[in-house]
Design a protein around this ligand. Structure first.
Ligand code: F3S
Length: 64
């Protein structure tokens, strides 16, 4: 699994790092950043997908 955030779309809503603080953090502007760019464990994948579906800007990509 690979996780990424489209910096052009992210508006700093923060749902990613609130829902999945082990996978996402935030930068100086409060925009989301990816802390774990690739993982295979089920918990991380589930949290990444939870953040993906909750991002109002559809900025998060989770690819197999
Ligand atoms: Fe940005 Fe979406 Fe997270 S807007 S801060 S990637 S919830």
């Amino acid at each position: 699994m690979r996780v990424s955030i489209d910096g052009d779309r992210c508006q700093g809503h923060g749902r990613c790092f609130n829902l999945a603080p082990d996978v996402f953090g935030f930068d100086d502007l409060g925009n989301g950043v990816v802390l774990v760019e690739s993982a295979e464990d089920e918990r991380t994948i589930r949290l990444a997908r939870l953040a993906q579906v909750n991002c109002p800007e559809h900025a998060i990509s989770v690819d197999d």
